[in-house]
Design a protein around this ligand. Structure first.
Ligand code: PLP
Length: 438
């Protein structure tokens, strides 16, 4: 009997015993095409440069607490990230994962306004149907009702505006652009309702991942969001924990929207699964306020800036940038989109196939014409996950809340090294799994 406390306590999981490119291999030697490990393994499971970087760093120094020392890989990684970062981002605060990054971003926003003498700024506005992590601050920002429900009495009060979710929420007859402007303007309405001097930040995912299945904003949405933030002195926090690090075809997903945030959160693809690591990047304006003020960011965890994790991430970012793998993700992503449309585009329960780069989502509906979601009791996405696993495919199922109802989505986020034959294999296996279930 296992003593591990798994997240799903009622199901038995295969044992991961090895990795080979895009494949995970279990203890029985079965191979699984890994297209859904929560968008982590952007380089696949056996990248020699990253493995070597981890080994070399452990041999040099495994751990040095950042309260006493910095480390070479942390310094080099911060330099490399800033070299490629959007806008005025100039400082990198390393953490151990996505929730830590968004949690730190919320606290940084608060401390920034304290340092500049605006203590009344305390509200964070986020969006419905979003996910920013599972710690209580991050969960408070997230707008996924299912994930929040049982912790509701413990969450920090934050408010949520509409997401930019064209497929489900744009009325017929309204142009994409007008729809984007209208939902972006909800931010202004909410800032005015709360009182402009009390709002510190707006937080959003450039491409929504874990609650909606790869939903990018329509053109113009983020530019309008940026304008509103600037007008009211509100910080824009972009959460690229899932969609960042090249997955959408650009190293940073917001590059596509041509908008730069004040604070940017990254994780998953940063360590590519070789080490747990995330980061929060911010502008000098924010950093200087703390440096010239109290001189101490009142937030931190023991493993921030871990030398082995930063060494792994440094090797990952070098791989991404030297081989221009984000561009490859863009090209392969178009092939995935075409293959999915060819295989599933006419399926009566496939409502939408969408995404950017190698971040693709399939929305499953009971009725294509009305876009009516499945009854949540059917657990359609979960059944497809199981059927796909039996086929040897790992894909990421999810249910998002739409008007209080659950919708089913399948997210596909394969490694950027995926080849044409593996795209065919992925789409073929997913097609088999979907048709076996619905
Ligand atoms: N933010 C986004 C957009 C995510 O998708 C996730 C995880 O899926 C998180 C934050 C939380 O990251 P982690 O699970 O590494 O804490």
């Amino acid at each position: 009997m296992s003593h591990v406390f798994p997240r799903h306590t009622k199901s038995e999981l295969p044992v991961a015993a090895g990795g080979d490119g895009c494949y995970l291999i279990d203890a029985q030697g079965r191979r699984y095409l890994d297209c859904g490990d929560a968008a982590v393994s952007c380089l696949g499971h056996s990248n020699p440069s990253v493995i070597r970087a981890v080994q070399e760093q452990v041999e040099k120094i495994a751990f040095a607490h950042t309260g006493f020392m910095t480390s070479e890989p942390a310094e080099a990684l911060a330099d490399l990230l800033i070299e490629h970062a959007p806008g005025d981002l100039d400082r990198v605060y390393f953490v151990s994962g996505g929730s830590e990054a968004t949690e730190a971003a919320i606290k940084l926003a608060r401390q920034y306004f304290l340092e500049i003498g605006q203590p009344e700024r305390r509200h964070v506005i986020a969006r419905r149907q979003s996910y920013h992590g599972n710690t209580l601050g991050a969960l408070s920002a997230g707008g996924n009702a299912w994930r929040r429900a049982q912790f509701a009495p413990m969450l920090i009060e934050m408010t949520h505006i509409a997401p930019c979710y064209e497929y489900a929420e744009k009325p017929n007859g309204e142009s994409s652009f007008d729809y984007g402007q209208r939902v972006a303007n909800e931010l202004e309405t909410e800032i005015l309702r709360l009182g402009p001097d009390t709002v510190m930040a707006f937080m959003a995912e450039p491409v929504v991942g874990a609650t909606l299945g790869a939903v990018p904003a329509v053109e113009g949405y983020y530019k309008r969001i940026r304008e509103i933030c600037d007008q009211y002195g509100v910080l824009l926090i972009l959460d690229e924990v899932m969609c960042g690090m090249g997955r959408t075809g650009h190293l940073f997903a917001c590059d596509h929207d041509q908008v730069a945030p004040d604070i940017l959160c990254i994780a998953k693809g940063l360590g590519a699964g070789y080490q747990p690591i995330g980061a929060m990047m911010c502008t000098n304006r924010i950093f200087d306020a703390i440096r010239d003020g109290s001189g101490f960011f009142q937030h931190g965890h023991t493993y921030i800036g871990h030398p082995v994790a930063t060494a792994a991430a440094l090797a990952v970012v070098r791989e991404l940038t030297v081989h221009d793998l984000p561009a490859r993700a863009g090209v392969m992503g178009e092939k995935v989109q075409s293959a999915l449309e060819a295989a599933l585009g006419q399926h009566p329960n496939v409502g939408d196939i969408r995404g950017r780069g190698l971040f693709r989502g399939i929305e499953l509906v009971a009725d294509r014409d009305t876009k009516q979601p499945f009854d949540p009791a059917h657990g359609v996405a979960g059944k497809i996950k199981k059927a796909a696993l039996a086929e040897g495919l790992i894909c990421y199922p999810m249910s998002g809340t739409r008007d209080g109802r659950l919708g089913d989505h399948i997210l596909l986020a394969p490694p950027f090294i995926i080849e044409d034959a593996e795209v065919d294999e992925m789409v073929g296996k997913l097609n088999n799994a979907i048709t076996a279930v619905i």
